[in-house]
Ligand binder design. Sequence first.
Ligand SMILES: C[S@@+](CC[C@H](N)C(=O)[O-])C[C@H]1O[C@@H](n2cnc3c(N)ncnc32)[C@H](O)[C@@H]1O
Length: 313
Amino acid sequence: MTIRARLRAPPAALPSGHFAYLPVPDLEEPDINEPNSVLETLRDGDPKRAWARRWFEDPSLLRVSRRYDDRETGLSRALCAEVGLVLGERAPARVLDAGCGTGATLAHLRAHLPGADLVGIDPSEAAVRSARLLLGPGPGTQVHTMAAEDLAGPAGDRLGRFDLALVHLSLGLMRDPFTAVCALARVLNAGGHCYIVDLLRPDDWDGESVPAALGAKDAPERAYLRSQLAASLSMSELRAVGAEVERLVPGVRAEVRRGGLCGHHPSSEAARRIWLRAPRIGGLLASAGARPGAGEQMRTVAHMVIRRDGSTR
Ligand SMILES: C[S@@+](CC[C@H](N)C(=O)[O-])C[C@H]1O[C@@H](n2cnc3c(N)ncnc32)[C@H](O)[C@@H]1O
């Protein structure tokens, strides 16, 4: 019998009004080498994540995911790029966009960070084709068909190190998000950082409901979002990933927060410091403010920042 089953076993009936001596339950010694179950579920290629990925592979599902993403995720994508750029001390010289999709973030970076070396990776051939079409052949931008987990192998060595790695709305889709985050932490230059923004699965999610704030327009879009929510990580999972990455990758610190501007309340001192360094954020939020539900939508995402110790260049 497992420890939990033993503890759940109903106690023997006690005569009322009597104190009774209850023996200490006969517990098995926990196996300290037993894998952390939260992290195990994030490593095993969970079928929920495979199903969520189909929305970026199957042409009929792709039509739905692209329609929704083009309409609803542009603000979050632009904020991810803008905030990511100012979380470090200096403008990054090499940037990786892991799960670059159709290349919109890379296009945003190329417009605002001329001269930087930009690399996008995505395992979807369709996404990589679209990204290459959008970005054109210009110098300084490359897009590769590759999963973030592959950064842990020789393909990652070939790409080199980065001052900034961005992961926007892609983490929950990865076959092995934990390995991917560790690999991303390892490809950072000293003083570099990785900024991950992802849909947050509420710890008490019922497996069905799709928050109105996400702005689905019809049943196919709700089905798409349900699949993405099912695959996404909860705060406790993200915190477990952050703690384990800190333990395994030397010189790395991880922070996990929810909602707001990089997880900070918009009127907080931390948010103000970001605003001051990234003036375009004001314009982005002002135009979004005119859209009903934009503030609510910002609360549905989680932010993870991983920093590698050391000074930049
Ligand atoms: C919702 S789209 C987001 C794309 C882009 N980051 C954006 O904001 O427009 C998710 C992307 O993650 C990609 N993806 C899935 N598994 C991945 C993995 N293991 N590594 C990197 N990207 C992955 C999908 O192919 C898809 O293009």
